[in-house]
Design a protein around this ligand. Structure first.
Ligand code: MG
Length: 254
């Protein structure tokens, strides 16, 4: 099932997407679904980021080849950091290049969406706390990341966390699916989620042993290799097999 958030005629809402139909939900999609009966055409709505989490937790260096291109072996324990929720944008929204950076790069990542309040989740119970998965772009000002020594600024600009196009709740092979980036149509990243250093179950369990996770919280699982700079007028796509394609345009901040 595809859970989406949308706007249509100045109204906002959640919906289940079935082929080209937008079946509108009343209230929030976490928990028991209730349909209003209204059905819209997908081409008539604008999809938004599918979730507004209390926090975005990002895993660093979770694909060996990417860690090596960053200059280090992968960490033995999951390394995580935060992006502010104000960095979230939706499908087709603009990624804005800030004036402070000359090297803004894309990072295609599988994003986990949490379904319920949880803490200290054992490995064997992780599937009970996952609502589904969506595509994410962990946009990074690489020059600032190397300069600062910590990553809050380089990862935290407005528009630096595209999410979408929807939450897929039935991705049965999340740990072995293809993830690909395209910049102006040319492939820049291509990997399988089976190449993660720390698995999805290990990441959720690990993070939950450090902090409480709330419904809707998002965990970005790390980027494969293929660091690529984006400039104004570029179009960047994150495609994950079984979920869909998240597409954004790039523009200089003015
Ligand atoms: Mg990343």
């Amino acid at each position: 099932m595809r859970l989406a958030r949308f706007t249509h005629n100045d109204n906002f809402g959640y919906a289940v997407i079935e082929s080209n139909q937008v079946k509108v939900l009343s209230g929030h999609p976490i928990g028991e679904l209730q349909f209003t009966g209204e059905v819209l055409d997908l081409s008539d709505v604008r999809l938004l980021a599918p979730v507004i989490p209390s926090k975005i937790i990002c895993i660093g260096k979770n694909y060996r080849e990417h860690s090596l291109e960053m200059g280090t072996e992968p960490p033995s324990e999951p390394l995580f950091f935060f992006k502010p929720t104000t960095s979230i944008i939706g499908p087709e929204d603009f990624i804005r290049i800030p004036s402070q950076s000359n090297d803004v790069q894309h990072e295609s990542e599988l994003a986990i969406v949490i379904s319920r309040l949880c803490k200290d989740v054992p490995l064997g119970r992780v599937s009970d706390v996952i609502l589904g998965y969506t595509c994410a772009n962990d946009v990074t000002a690489r020059d600032l990341q190397f300069r600062d020594g910590q990553w809050a600024r380089s990862k935290g600009f407005d528009t630096f966390c595209p999410l979408g196009p929807w939450i897929e709740t039935e991705l049965s092979n999340a740990q072995d699916t293809k993830i690909e980036s395209r910049l102006n149509g040319a492939i820049t990243q291509q990997a399988s989620t089976s190449e993660m250093v720390h698995t999805i179950a290990e990441l959720v369990s690990w993070v939950s042993h450090h902090m409480t996770l709330l419904p809707g919280d998002v965990i970005l699982t790390g980027s494969p290799a293929g660091m690529s700079k984006m400039v104004s007028a570029d179009v960047v796509e994150v495609e994950i097999t079984g979920i869909g394609t998240l597409r954004n345009k790039v523009v200089a901040y003015e």
